[in-house]
Design a protein around this ligand. Structure first.
Ligand code: CDP
Length: 227
């Protein structure tokens, strides 16, 4: 019998710092990392690029099925998926059941058989972050985190990031978008965002990146002592 791949599952609100934490843990542990939000962002961007409406179920489901069939991990690094518009429409397509269903196997496949790292060495495990990783995609992951922060703090972080990417957007707009997105992610009927009962909750409102990584690493070492 083969030993299952060690998996770290991370969920959390927008701009809570879950992606930064996931990347840092992946680097420290030699795990492969999948930011599952990029999948929903890519579906939204593909629909928009083809002149479609992301709220139209059939169109969005088709785009998700195409993505899962022809996934090129490199395409998830496209800066076009990091815009405020892509984030907004990502949460619209993510509320469509058929879109979520189309992306399940891809995410579970990544978790069970993570791809090699950038230097070609085999991954020692998998880290996935998103909204339903701890609760639905990888409910048996031995390490689970739920990352959150006050909404004003998250909006300020996202505003800085979008400005840094050259997007002319006001703070109030980012804050409003974030509140709408949180409500949509928590309120949808299919795999809504929630805190798994066995997840370790980390509130990053007043914590720096190093402190968050150190705290998470303590939990990882306890749950995966040979890492
Ligand atoms: O980076 P940010 O936290 O703003 O969002 P993201 O992780 O890129 O995810 C964008 C959107 O995709 C979220 O608002 C969710 O609606 C959706 N999503 C989801 O439904 N399930 C996931 N596992 C990941 C993202």
């Amino acid at each position: 019998m083969t030993t299952p791949t060690p998996i770290i599952a991370i969920d959390g609100t927008a701009a809570s710092g879950k992606g930064t934490l996931a990347r840092r843990l992946a680097d420290a542990l030699g795990f492969a990392y999948l930011d599952t939000g990029t999948l929903y962002r890519k579906v939204a961007v593909d629909v928009l690029a083809a002149g479609g409406d992301p709220a139209d179920e059939a169109t969005a489901i088709q785009a998700a099925q195409n993505l899962q069939k022809n996934l090129d991990l490199q395409s998830l690094k496209d800066p076009a998926i990091r815009t405020a518009q892509a984030g907004k429409y990502a949460s619209v397509v993510a509320a469509i059941t058929g879109v979520r269903t189309a992306l399940i196997d891809l995410q579970r496949g990544f978790a069970a058989h993570p791809p090699a790292l950038a230097d070609g060495s085999p991954a020692k495990g998998a880290i996935l972050d998103g909204r339903d990783i701890t609760t639905f995609i990888c409910p048996d992951a031995p390490v689970k985190f739920y990352v959150d922060a006050a909404v004003d703090t998250r909006a300020a972080r996202r505003h800085k990031e979008l400005r840094g990417n050259g997007e002319a957007i006001e703070f109030e707009q980012v804050l409003d978008d974030m509140k709408i997105r949180d409500a949509r992610d928590m309120g949808r009927k299919d795999a809504p965002m929630m805190i798994a009962p066995d997840a370790i909750v980390i509130d990053t409102t007043t914590m720096g990146v190093e402190a968050v990584v150190a705290l998470a690493m303590e939990h990882v070492r306890k749950a995966l002592p040979d890492r």
